[in-house]
Design a protein around this ligand. Structure first.
Ligand code: G3H
Length: 539
């Protein structure tokens, strides 16, 4: 099978090759209180973001239907989580760490059995290429397995006692309570699970509200959740965020909010809680990661990284490079080499071998992106690559835009799509001014080789962003690295190990070092009458 280059937005790229459209039966199901329920109310027809140029014209296949739950049902999910929590005395939050690990191991084994179906749906629902969809699944499984190992390690460290200034204590971690997890549509599996799994494994019952796109791919996992965890520990709901989330938070019963999405929504969510100081939050928000191409950058290294960094999954990554600052002495070269590389990127359906560019997950995104382009053009920028910005349905050919100036929205907003804004700089003070003034602070990529230039630039950048990448694109992985951001880009740090800490609170049992109390502690340990106070070693 061959793929075609996107040198023009050619309708021939979008013909069907006969791959069967997945039809999800029972997409109207959801999970509350250990029951898979079928929604008899309003459902949402889920159409693929992929389109086909069939004889009858452009067709976008229907994949199934997803429930549009109402506020009552969402509140029922909260009730289920509260009942599993049972004021901290439920079976799940008081279980031994080893029993919780056993349940998650059981889940991951069941999850692996539906890999093929989930990978197929990632492609059809959000347009991720086959290698990237498979990577999303496998990375998620790896994340869960690493989380288990990390928790064992954490528990081993906490299984001893501390003796300090006349006190004897065991310091462990305990859960917060009902947790609301909301993942994004660009990583509907991975970023749903990178909060849900650490939350539950630390003992918090969860309500997971599925993202706008990428809902059906969770359907094959409902049985695995139901069968691996006690009732109410995992509740999976779908619906319109603005209808079901406000009542959930207004109830006041949610203790912890894990949200990956826009800062505007995060601000709004926090206001719904009757006691905002009580709501703990873990937020991964917008970003406008910049690449800085220094005068001595090696183009053989830089160009492939810029292409991957700006256009991986069509730029729909929070970690994507969203603006390039290029030294004026290298601008022509960067534009010319980037244009050649971009024009050689194969576009088409996600399963075609070699495909790199696909239709956008949000079928309305091209309207937003074209608006940004048209505004920049009106203000004096040009699209530098042939056919850049051309649109067919929800596919947009990547656009390299230059010169981008501070008055354009493209200079500041997160485009979240295939647009590469370029600004030329003369002096690094212009780059630093941008890094300081932007409301975002996730990551930066520096391309260059002079230690005398890079050293001070690293020192300046580490106080503006949370990860400085040298001669590589911005990214979240490896998942054992801390993933966070400054300013409007994040609250709290996620990584395999950090997430376990974020979803729990250090809690200790302490007594004075008297003989009587030492004997009492020993008796509790010997009788194994506590699941918290224990010196069991997790193998
Ligand atoms: O959308 C944001 C993701 O966390 C990015 O992860 O850098 O692995 O694509 P990634």
């Amino acid at each position: 099978m061959t793929t075609q280059n996107v040198s023009s937005v050619d309708p021939l790229n979008w013909q069907s090759d006969g791959r069967p459209v997945p039809e999800v039966k029972g997409g109207n199901r959801y999970l509350i209180n250990g029951e898979i329920r079928e929604w008899s109310g309003q459902t949402n027809e889920v159409q693929s973001c992929l389109f086909f140029n069939w004889n009858s014209g452009i067709v976008r296949p229907t994949l199934g239907a997803a429930p549009v739950l109402d506020a009552n049902e969402a509140l029922d999910a909260l009730k289920a989580a509260q009942s599993a929590w049972d004021n901290g005395q439920g079976k799940w939050p008081t279980m031994t760490v080893s029993e919780r690990i056993g349940a998650v191991q059981d889940f991951v084994a069941r999850m692996k059995a539906v890999r093929e179906t989930v990978v197929e749906l990632i492609m059809w629902e959000i347009g991720k290429t086959l290698p990237d969809a498979a990577k999303e699944f496998d990375r998620t499984v790896q994340y869960i397995e690493d989380t288990i190992e990390s928790l064992k390690e954490l528990d081993r460290k906490n299984s001893g006692f501390s003796v300090e200034k006349g006190f004897l204590a065991q310091i462990r971690r305990s859960p917060f309570g009902p947790t609301l997890c909301m993942g994004p549509y660009n990583y509907p599996l991975n970023e749903t699970f990178t909060t849900l799994i650490p939350a539950i494994i630390m003992g918090n019952p969860v309500i997971s509200k599925l993202p706008r796109y990428g809902q059906l791919l969770n359907t094959p996992l409902l049985e695995a959740f139901r069968d691996s965890f006690p009732a109410g520990v995992v509740n999976i709901i779908n619906g319109k965020g603005n209808e079901i989330i406000p009542p959930l938070l207004q109830d006041g019963g949610v203790e912890l909010l894990a949200f990956i999405g826009s800062s505007k929504t995060a601000d709004q969510l926090k206001t719904y809680h009757p006691k905002p100081h009580r709501l703990k939050s873990i937020l991964s928000l917008d970003a406008k990661n910049l690449a800085v191409v220094l005068p001595d950058a090696d183009m053989k290294v830089t160009i492939p990284q810029l292409v991957a960094g700006t256009l991986g999954f069509n730029g729909q990554r929070c970690t994507a490079l969203k603006i390039l600052f290029v030294h004026k002495s290298r601008v022509d070269e960067v534009i010319s080499e980037l244009s050649t590389a971009v024009n050689a990127m194969p576009a088409g359906h996600p399963w075609k071998p070699g495909t790199q560019l696909t239709p956008l997950a949000d079928v309305n995104a091209t309207t937003w992106l074209r608006g940004l382009l048209d505004e920049a053009i009106k203000m004096g920028a040009k699209i530098m690559n042939e056919g850049g910005g051309e649109v067919i349905e929800n596919f947009m050919k990547p656009a390299i835009v230059y010169p981008v100036t501070p008055d354009m929205r493209l200079h500041e907003v997160e485009q979240f799509g295939p647009i590469i804004p370029i600004r030329a700089y003369d002096d690094l003070s212009e780059v630093m001014e941008y890094a300081v003034e932007t409301q975002f602070g996730q990551q930066v990529s520096l391309f260059g080789n002079d230690p005398k230039v890079l050293g001070p630039l690293i020192d300046a950048m580490v106080n503006q962003v949370s990860r400085v990448n040298i001669n590589v694109q911005c990214q979240r992985g490896p998942d054992t690295f801390p993933f966070t951001g400054r300013k409007a880009s994040a609250e709290g740090t996620l990584s395999v190990a950090d997430a376990l800490k974020r979803f729990s609170i250090r809690t200790l049992v302490a007594t004075d070092y008297s003989e009587a109390n030492r004997a009492l502690i020993n008796e509790i340990l010997a009788a194994r009458s506590s699941n918290f106070l224990t010196t069991d070693f997790l193998f």
